[in-house]
Write a protein that binds this ligand. Structure first.
Ligand code: PGA
Length: 262
């Protein structure tokens, strides 16, 4: 795992955008991007859009996107559904058509098989090249709450009260936050070829240190990242504040040969 402590949210966004763009360039239009929703990736997404609009970005023609998770029980087209959110915040502004952006299907009739069908779609696309991830204040990854199997695949899950409280800011009140979600499992996430975890703000410091420096445990789902061969963690100073080895991580990054990349 490569942890890169940075000075600001803007630095996280710039380096995050570099990683995603370099994947798109390397795969010459055939890249498969795994996209997270939530607040943390938004500055990175805005930076990608800024570069695209300035004519500085690679072509997104042919790029395919898969979201991590989706609420169950929202009316179709609800602005806080993750399908609507990712279109608004990233893929529409980048000109990626809706039929190349997929998420787990939350329709009630197909719910028992929705996880399996999503796994099949990910495999059929050749797997995810780079998966953007945030981390929950309780250590969740996607919507894999503490206690989730480290080998889990896409399935229906129930949110913790902490996560529903965290996400109430996107809705009128906590009562409007759905209780159920479909989420890629931790085992699904581990299949992506490169994992890009973004963490900003003091509210993430405890979860980040447990994920990076604590034991691998279902009690901190994000600790499963320690099992993946190619993880990049970009964090600002406040999110990094709980990391015992943060100075070493920065030294390693500063001493890195430029040809190595992230
Ligand atoms: P946030 O959510 O980016 O909105 O803090 C992260 C997460 O819940 O995974």
């Amino acid at each position: 795992m490569e942890v890169v402590p940075l000075g600001s949210v803007d630095e996280v966004a710039a380096l995050g955008a570099d990683v995603i763009e370099s994947t798109v360039r390397a795969r010459s239009g055939a890249a498969v991007l795994g996209l997270a929703t939530g607040s943390t990736p938004l500055p990175t997404y805005r930076e990608l859009i800024r570069r695209h609009e300035a004519g500085l970005a690679p072509s997104y023609d042919g790029v395919r996107c898969f979201t991590l998770d989706e609420y169950v029980g929202l009316p179709p087209g609800h602005p806080e559904s993750y399908r609507a959110t990712i279109a608004r915040e990233l893929t529409d502004p980048l000109g990626i058509p809706a039929d190349r952006v997929q998420g787990p299907s939350p329709e009630l009739e197909g719910l028992p098989t929705a996880g399996e069908r999503y796994e099949e779609a990910l495999v059929a696309a050749g797997g995810v090249d780079v998966q953007v991830l945030g981390i929950g204040s309780d250590g969740h990854l996607a919507f894999n709450e503490p206690g989730s199997s480290l080998a889990s695949l896409t399935r229906l899950k129930t949110l913790t009260e902490e996560t529903r409280r965290d996400n109430a800011r996107f809705f009128g009140s906590i009562d409007e936050v759905p209780r159920h979600v479909l989420t890629q499992g931790l085992g699904t996430i581990l299949r992506a070829r490169h994992l890009l975890l973004l963490a900003t703000g003091a509210g993430k410091a405890a979860a980040l240190s447990a994920a990076v420096e604590g034991p691998v445990s279902a009690s901190c789902p994000a600790s499963v990242l320690q099992l993946h061969p190619h993880v990049t963690v970009l964090c600002d100073a406040t999110a990094a504040s709980g990391l015992a080895r943060r100075e070493h991580y920065r030294e390693v990054y500063d001493a890195k040969p430029s040809w190595q990349g992230l």
